[in-house]
Design a binder for this molecule. Structure first.
Ligand code: SF4
Ligand code: SF4
Length: 409
């Protein structure tokens, strides 16, 4: 489409990027068919094409309004539209730029602003979040209803393996909320890799991947997180760490984007690009180790896999985990409409609770239609959101695996 961005915007890196993305869009509307929010309400303004028009208007100098903000807020950033788009429109990048612009122009109500600030303050701070969650688990009846359902039952975690006993070493992004919400996932990941002869280097100085601030319209704060992680990981990368393993696909898609996020930062651009290249989802690392994997003894064999949007649309790894689990002997039940978002979408389930619940209800109907004993997934946000209402347990897929031979001895 033709664009007429204002000079002030076009002469910025974000403006140039947005302009290039907008010009790729041919208005064809194919993306409407796979947009979860358009499917819910049938309103063009809640579709990718409608949101692209709204952002175009703002980039061309029309003042953003509350309506612009509402329709951008309702977007899940699931990027299903990117998978569908025949013209390669990078909607995810555009909406980050659009949201940031709108955020600067349209004031939010006091309640909305408070909730967003609270999420940005609490979620990325691992210790604060853990302390609040543990308190919430003790005093659950006193927690406001909107948040009460988000508090999972406490689960015991296995011990971490001893560090640095292998010639192969990887870094692991432990994440900000995952250690508190589902304590077993990180040590289970490290134990599995350890048994395969791959050591996990822990970096307590690493922080949130930056996705929370990025998607709430605060890209500069996100960049601070990205720099802190690069600083924490770089000495280990120089010492030979072969990968940055990210076992939450929502964080994985962010870390794989570090090169782009800090592309204009002369001090960090090269290292950010290197980190992005080293970032892997566990399924990418385990592909070469598959012959040495087996189902964990206690794992149910009949399962449904929920492929997070950040895995299939963000990282373009759709189908990989499912194929691996099948080859390892699991029976995967059919999941209709597996391309649609479950409604978790980072902070979406807190900020847009009604739509998130509707999307979850549809997703659980589809996931449970084949009567699985368990639902496996690859992202902490989806896991927590689905677990709130699922009839069967929801677990990270790595919890279902074990190594045949033990290299940890
Ligand atoms: S990111 Fe998802 S919710 Fe947003 S416009 Fe694209 S398909 Fe729709
Ligand atoms: S499918 Fe792609 S090109 Fe077509 S309207 Fe949607 S974003 Fe634009």
């Amino acid at each position: 489409m033709q664009t007429w961005l204002t000079d002030a915007i076009r002469n910025t890196p974000e403006g140039q990027e947005a302009d290039a993305i907008l010009r790729k869009c041919t208005h064809c509307g194919f993306c409407l068919a796979t947009c979860p929010t358009y499917q819910l309400v049938g309103n063009e303004l809640d579709s990718p094409r409608g949101r692209i028009y709204l952002m175009k208007q703002v980039l061309e100098g029309q003042p953003a309004t509350e309506t612009t903000q509402i329709h951008l807020d309702r977007c899940l950033t699931c990027r299903n539209c990117e998978t569908t788009c025949p013209s390669g429109v990078e909607y995810g990048r555009l909406v980050d730029i659009g949201r940031s612009l709108v955020e600067q122009q349209v004031p939010r109500s006091r309640g909305d602003a408070f909730m967003r600030e609270a999420l940005r303050t609490v979620l990325p701070r691992r210790r604060l979040f853990t302390a609040l969650l543990r308190t919430g688990q003790v005093f659950r009846p006193l927690v406001p209803g909107r948040l009460r359902g988000k508090i999972p039952q406490a689960r015991a975690a296995p011990a971490w393996p001893r560090e640095a006993r292998h010639s192969r070493q990887v870094l692991l992004l432990e994440g900000c909320v995952q250690p508190a919400l589902e304590p077993p996932i990180n040590p289970v990941t490290a134990r599995l890799l350890d048994r395969l002869g791959i050591g996990v280097v822990r970096t307590p100085e690493s922080v949130c991947c930056g996705a929370i601030d990025q998607h709430l319209g605060h890209p500069e704060t996100a960049k601070q997180h990205v720099r802190a992680n690069i600083d924490a990981w770089w000495p280990h990368i120089e010492a030979g760490a072969e990968a940055v393993v990210v076992n939450a696909s929502g964080c994985g898609v962010q870390v794989k984007d570090y090169g782009h996020i800090l592309g204009d930062d002369p001090d960090y651009a090269d290292r950010a690009q290197r980190v992005a290249e080293l970032a892997v989802d566990p399924v990418e690392l385990l592909l070469d180790e598959e012959a040495r994997l087996a189902p964990a003894a206690e794992a149910p064999r009949k399962i449904a896999f929920q492929s997070p949007c950040t895995l299939q649309h963000g990282q373009k790894l759709g189908g990989r985990v499912e194929s691996m689990l099948r080859r390892l002997g699991f029976e995967l039940t059919p999941v209709p409409e597996a391309h649609l978002c479950c409604g978790s979408a980072g902070t979406y389930s807190v900020l847009q609770p009604e739509w998130a619940k509707e999307l979850r209800s549809n997703k659980l109907d589809n996931l449970q239609s084949g009567k699985p004993e368990l639902i496996a997934t690859a992202n902490i946000g989806c896991l927590t959101h689905l677990n709130e209402a699922s009839e069967v347990p929801v677990r990270h897929w790595l919890e279902l695996l074990d190594a045949k031979e033990d290299h940890a001895r």
